[in-house]
Design a protein around this ligand. Structure first.
Ligand SMILES: Cc1cc2nc3c(=O)[nH]c(=O)nc-3n(C[C@H](O)[C@H](O)[C@H](O)COP(=O)(O)O)c2cc1C
Length: 340
């Protein structure tokens, strides 16, 4: 018997799919979502996801092995579609019998979904538009994703242009009956979870709310910056040059935000002079973010590093254990549904 009968009933398809107690994913966060946070999330009944980000296959190999030592519950691995060693990373997941792979950062390259499904894992995809979502979920020739995450622009990290509430209204009525859809972006409390579940979502994904949990290895400076910030401090990066499309990133405003503007000008100049091609230019931008995030999360340089955070950051006031956060979210959702 669950302590949250109404919420659990609405999450049933999500928990069956994930194999977890609650259909609450902790979205992969580069440098943050490693063995400690991932295992804590899964041990608390949620679903942790390792952020592979810029990891090499060897590093991912170790991270999966170490996570398994800390939890016997299911967890997933997030792979970035543009990673140059994507297929080697998929092989690592196969060797470890990873049960769920999240493909983030763009349209999955040809053969990647098939390669993941071939070793029996489930594939979770992202889609910024309804048309693309339908395409990515189509199950012809085993090339479709098994579940979808829709993520609104309230989220921390790389974001799309549309808010979570609009995406939910656009996607869920069309997809929810036949597909498994998880909602992400800007979720800080259980009342919001209840709302999306009622609209047909089978679960939710949160990042910001878990980033500074007790078990998170993020530097204490990074955590303090989160607890000080209000929603409006989590701002989006600006694109400087129309010829150099950069995916907007939501992070707390600091000197690093300005340095990113300078970095774009530098890369645009290289593009102009023909020194580099567009793909190289975009790769340089992405590598810049990975380095800047590491500086803030690991080194605690919150002046120059990137403090990626979603707008729900304003609701965070102190470090709390993952299990407490999970219980709060579930009981807030349950109370909201009971009031209906
Ligand atoms: C610090 C930070 C780093 C992130 N890094 C990644 C990443 O490496 N890959 C990814 O797919 N999403 C990344 N995200 C997005 C999260 O996985 C998640 O979808 C998002 O945080 C959900 O929105 P919320 O922050 O409003 O809860 C990151 C988010 C944050 C806050």
């Amino acid at each position: 018997m669950t302590a949250y009968p109404k919420t659990s009933a609405l999450m049933q398809r999500g928990t069956d799919f994930l194999g977890s107690e609650f259909a609450v994913l902790c979205g992969a966060m580069s440098w943050v979502s490693e063995r400690n946070l991932v295992s804590a999330i899964s041990n608390a009944g949620g679903f942790g996801v390792i952020a592979c980000g810029a990891m090499t296959p060897d590093l991912l190999d170790t991270e999966i092995a170490e996570t398994k030592k800390l939890t016997s519950r299911p967890f997933g691995v997030n792979l970035i579609t543009m990673h140059p060693a994507l297929f080697d990373l998929i092989d690592v997941c196969a060797r470890h019998g990873v049960t769920h792979v999240v493909l983030a950062g763009g349209i999955p390259p040809k053969g990647s979904v098939e390669a993941i499904r071939a070793f029996g894992a489930k594939v979770i995809v992202f889609a910024p538009t309804l048309a693309l979502a339908k395409k990515l979920l189509r199950q012809d020739r085993g090339a479709g994703g098994d579940a979808l995450v829709i993520e609104g622009m309230e989220a921390g990290g790389h974001i799309g242009p549309v808010s979570t509430s609009v995406l939910a209204q656009e996607f869920l009525p069309v997809l929810a009956e036949d597909h498994l859809v998880f909602v992400a972006g800007g979720i800080g409390r259980g009342e919001a979870i209840a709302g999306y579940l009622e609209m047909g979502a089978v679960g939710v994904q949160l990042g910001t709310r878990f980033a500074c949990a007790t078990e998170s290895i993020a530097h204490e400076n990074f955590k303090k910056a989160f607890f000080r910030a209000s929603a409006r401090d989590a701002a989006t990066s600006v694109q400087v040059d129309p010829r150099l499309p950069v995916i907007p990133v939501r992070a707390l405003k600091n000197k690093g935000t300005e340095e990113f503007t300078a970095k774009q000008i530098e890369v645009a100049k290289l593009l102009d002079s023909g020194t580099i091609e567009m793909t190289e230019a975009q790769l340089q931008i992405e590598q810049y973010w990975a380095g800047a995030l590491r500086r803030a999360v690991i080194d605690g340089d919150i002046e120059n590093g990137s403090i990626m955070a979603g707008q729900s950051v304003g609701m965070l006031k102190e470090e709390e254990p993952v299990a407490d956060i999970m219980q709060q979210l579930m009981s807030q959702s349950e109370a909201a549904l009971s009031r209906r």
